[in-house]
Ligand binder design. Structure first.
Ligand code: MN
Ligand code: MN
Length: 374
C-alpha cells in the first residue's frame, strides 16, 4: 500500500513539473512575441518621423509620375497617395498625359479610376515618383514645393533647396520601393492598391525577366498578389501583355502611325511601320487592317516605298510578317528575303522574327544604295 502511494506521489510531482515547464515555455514565447511587437512599433515610429521633418504642409499633396505614363508611374502615384491618406494627409494621384492600354486594363481590373490630369504644378505641393527629370515632369514644377522623390532611375535634373524625402533604389520598379515604404510605415495597401502595385512590378520587370529584377521585387509580388487576391499570375500577366499590344479604339491609320519611322537611302525615301500582335489570329487581323490603309499611305507620307512589319514576340514565339506598301517595296523585299521567306500574295513570313533597326533597315538600305542613282 505504502509503495503504491509513493509511486502516485512521484507521478504527481512529475506532472506538476511538466506543467510548470510548459507554462514557463509559453510565458517565454509570449514575452518574446511582445518584445518583437514592441521593436516593430519602434521601427515604424522611427520611419514615420521623416514626415514630421517635412513640417506643416498646408493644402493638398499632388503625386505624379512621368509624362507618357506607364503602369509603374501610375501605380507609384496611386500607392503613394493611398499611403499618405492612411496617415491623414490630403493626397491625390495625378497624371500628366493620358494613360496607355496596359494601364487602362490594370486600373479597370482593379476597379480604380484613372487619376486626374494635372495641367500645371506651379505653387503646389508635389511628390515625384518613377522619374526626377524636369523634361519628363509637370509644367511649372520649378515653382512648386517638392516634398519627396521616389524613384528607381538615375538622379535627374530636378532639385530643391528644401529638405525632402529622397528615396531612390536600384530595384525593379517604383511600386516595389512603395511596398517597402508601406512596410516601414506599418501600413498595408488595400486590395485595389495592392493589385496596381503588383501589376506595376510585373510590367516594369517584364514578369521578372528584366535584369533589374531583385529579391525585393519577387517578395513584393508574393505579398501583393495575396493582398490583391490574384493567384494565377501567368494568366494575369498574359492578359496585361495582350492589353499592352492592343490597338482597340484606334482606326487603321492611327494603328499605322502608332510606331512609324522614315529613312533615306541613295535617292529613295522609305517608311516602316512596326506593329505587335499576340498570336497569329491577331496578326492576320492587323494584316487585313493594314491592307485597307496602305494604298493611302504612299501619297500621304510622300515616301517612295512603305513597309509594314507585324511581329509576334513573347515567350518562345518569334515571327515577323513583312507587308510591302507598293510594288517597289515588294521588289526590295523579294531581293532581301526571297531565300528566307515565301510571299503569299500579301506578306513575307519570317521565323524567327526581326527587329526594324537590326533586321529590316540594313538590308533595305543596302539594296536601295545599289540602285542606279538618278
Ligand atoms: Mn516608368
Ligand atoms: Mn518604373
Amino acid at each position: 500500500m505504502e509503495q503504491k502511494k509513493r509511486w502516485i506521489n512521484i507521478v504527481l510531482v512529475l506532472i506538476l513539473l511538466a506543467a510548470a515547464g510548459l507554462c514557463g515555455f509559453y510565458y517565454g514565447k509570449t514575452a518574446e512575441a511582445q518584445q518583437y511587437q514592441k521593436e516593430k512599433e519602434y521601427a515604424v515610429q522611427l520611419n514615420r518621423s521623416e514626415l514630421e521633418g517635412l513640417g506643416e504642409i498646408g493644402g493638398k499633396i499632388y503625386i505624379t509620375g512621368h509624362r507618357s505614363p506607364d503602369t509603374d508611374t501610375v501605380a507609384g502615384a496611386i500607392s503613394c497617395a493611398y499611403l499618405l491618406q492612411q496617415l491623414g494627409y490630403d493626397a491625390v494621384p495625378v497624371i500628366l498625359t493620358p494613360i496607355n492600354h496596359e494601364t487602362a486594363f490594370v486600373l479597370e481590373h482593379a476597379g480604380l479610376e484613372v487619376p486626374q490630369l494635372l495641367e500645371d504644378a506651379s505653387g503646389l505641393n508635389m511628390i515625384l515618383v518613377d522619374h526626377s527629370e524636369y523634361a519628363q515632369s509637370a509644367e511649372g514644377l520649378k515653382d512648386a514645393r517638392i516634398l519627396a522623390i521616389i524613384d528607381h532611375h538615375g538622379d535627374g535634373s530636378v532639385s530643391t533647396g528644401n529638405p525632402l524625402i529622397y528615396d531612390a533604389r536600384p530595384i525593379g520598379s517604383t511600386a516595389t520601393i512603395m511596398w517597402m515604404r508601406y512596410r516601414n510605415y506599418g501600413i498595408e495597401p488595400d486590395q485595389k492598391t495592392a493589385a496596381v502595385m503588383m501589376s506595376a512590378i510585373l510590367s516594369d520587370t517584364y514578369y521578372f525577366k528584366s535584369e533589374m529584377t531583385t529579391f525585393a521585387d519577387r517578395e513584393a509580388v508574393k505579398e501583393l498578389s495575396r493582398l490583391a487576391g490574384i493567384t494565377d499570375l501567368d494568366t494575369y500577366y498574359q492578359e496585361m501583355y495582350k492589353a499592352s499590344i492592343s490597338y482597340d479604339g484606334m482606326n487603321d491609320t492611327e494603328v499605322f502611325f502608332s510606331d512609324y519611322k522614315e529613312y533615306e537611302s541613295g535617292s529613295t525615301n522609305f517608311g516602316i511601320a512596326c506593329l505587335n500582335a499576340y498570336d497569329d489570329q491577331s496578326a492576320q487581323e492587323l494584316i487585313r487592317r493594314m491592307q485597307n490603309t496602305l494604298p493611302d499611305m504612299i501619297p500621304r507620307t510622300g515616301m517612295d516605298m512603305i513597309f509594314v512589319m507585324i511581329s509576334i514576340f513573347h515567350d518562345d514565339v518569334s515571327v515577323t510578317y513583312l507587308l510591302p506598301g507598293n510594288e517597289a517595296a515588294r521588289e526590295v523585299l523579294e531581293t532581301a528575303f526571297a531565300d528566307k521567306a515565301e510571299f503569299d500574295g500579301t506578306a513575307y513570313k519570317l521565323e524567327p522574327g526581326i527587329a526594324r533597326k537590326k533586321g529590316l533597315v540594313p538590308p533595305v538600305t543596302d539594296i536601295l544604295a545599289s540602285y542606279p542613282q538618278e
